[in-house]
Write a protein that binds this ligand. Structure first.
Ligand SMILES: [Fe+2]
Length: 124
């Protein structure tokens, strides 16, 4: 059972961006599953790899759209994307000793609230 579902208030109105943002919702649900299923290694690694894949696929596209639209907050936005990438790499490198899936779950929820619902909406 998913803990979070897509809500219309998450929409940016840019179809491909919204499609990619839905993947973040899937990652939050996967993190929740990983906790519920006793943090099995396979699920946690799938989650972290999913974060890296999400970052790789989505950020570049979103930055490109921002550039095309002449968004003046692009540098700052790019920096936030870089931090997400670094955080995902840190989770990957520190697993299993120093990565707790609850940290990932919390991080992704914060990213949804602060980044997707706030920063990504500034330019649309
Ligand atoms: Fe973004």
């Amino acid at each position: 059972m998913p803990i979070i579902r897509w809500d219309n208030s998450f929409d940016t109105g840019i179809e491909k961006v919204d499609e990619q943002h839905r993947k973040l919702i899937e990652l939050i649900n996967l993190a929740y599953d990983a906790i519920a299923k006793g943090r099995e290694e396979e699920t946690v690694l799938k989650l972290i790899d999913g974060m890296l894949a999400y970052a790789q696929e989505h950020f570049e596209y979103e930055e490109q759209v921002m550039q095309e639209r002449g968004y003046d907050g692009l540098d700052n936005h790019r920096e936030q994307h870089r931090k997400f990438w670094e955080e995902a790499e840190r989770f990957r490198n520190n697993y299993p000793q120093n990565t707790e899936v609850l940290q990932i779950f919390t991080y992704l929820n914060k990213w949804l609230a602060n980044h997707i619902l706030h920063e990504d909406k500034k330019f649309v």
